[in-house]
Design a protein around this ligand. Structure first.
Ligand code: NDP
Length: 242
């Protein structure tokens, strides 16, 4: 049984990624932190596509919780393997640097950057022994160009970009690719408080993107068609200069 693990799969971009991978025939391990209702809705929609979906509720920023959830699943599903890992879970806690609390800094770094480390570390060994894997990290325009009010988030996402490039070179000879997708402004809960009309004026395509437009790029990077692409950051942002 071939599985794709998607962190933060209950809502937004992660949920769209789960659905598109399910359409490709992958069984889904759907991680989320707390929103049971949205996770169950996504699970139902995934299962309607004829594949299995297992909910794995854990906080990616918590090393013990992450290790326990993934190793328990692996131990009780020895004939299954995780071929695709999408590190998508992320949060924003914006503030100007002068006002930023240490807690806001740590929460954002712990979720995106340490979360990437804990989840990937739990899975990379099995991908190496299977001599196959696709790792796709969801980063951000903010991690490429930096955005004011987001020193924590820009630092976290830039960190994941560096890790993507380094890990890609470590595991390339094992037939494992590691890439990142950098969305611009995408309509999800994360951006619901932004002034979409005014911000859209800054985007050459004059609109926010959809979660499905990010998911299409993730599915491509996970597919055999992308077998010679690794260590790359693909921007999906409607033409915003990065
Ligand atoms: P949403 O806020 O819509 O969804 C976030 C998802 O992440 C939820 O499934 C949530 O779970 C999960 N999550 C949050 N924290 C944790 C945690 N500690 N452990 C496990 N799961 C967690 O976000 P988006 O879909 O907008 O964003 C997805 C990714 O895309 C993020 O990494 C974000 O930084 C990135 N991104 C988004 C952009 C945008 O414009 N929307 C732009 C650029 C990048 P639960 O439902 O349980 O809360």
């Amino acid at each position: 049984m071939e599985y794709a693990l998607v962190t933060g799969g209950s809502r937004g971009i992660g949920s769209a990624v789960c659905l598109k991978l399910a359409k490709q025939g992958y069984n889904i391990l759907l991680n989320y932190k707390s929103n049971d209702e949205e996770a169950n809705k996504s699970k139902t929609a995934i299962e309607e596509l004829g594949v299995q979906c297992t909910l794995l509720k854990f906080d990616v920023s918590d090393k013990e919780e992450t290790n326990a959830a993934i190793s328990n699943w692996m131990n009780s599903n020895k004939s299954s393997r995780i071929e695709i890992l999408v590190n998508n879970a992320g949060i924003t806690q914006d503030n100007l640097m002068v006002f930023m609390q240490e807690e806001q800094w740590n929460n954002v770094i712990n979720t995106s950057l340490n979360g990437f480390f804990y989840v990937t570390k739990s899975i990379i060994k099995s991908m190496i022994s299977n001599r196959y894997g696709r790792i796709i990290n969801i980063v951000s325009l903010s991690g490429i160009k930096g955005l004011p009010g987001q020193t924590n988030y820009s630092a976290a996402k830039a960190g994941v970009i560096g890790a993507t490039k380094a890990l890609a070179q470590e595991v390339a000879k094992r037939n494992i690719t590691v890439n990142a997708v950098a969305p611009g402004f995408i309509t999800t809960d994360m951006t619901k408080d932004l002034d979409e009309k005014n911000l859209s004026e800054l985007i050459p395509m004059k609109r926010f993107g959809t979660p499905e437009e990010i998911a299409d790029t993730v599915v491509f990077l996970a597919s055999p068609s992308a077998s010679y692409i690794t260590g790359q950051v693909i921007s999906v942002n409607g033409g915003l200069y990065t």
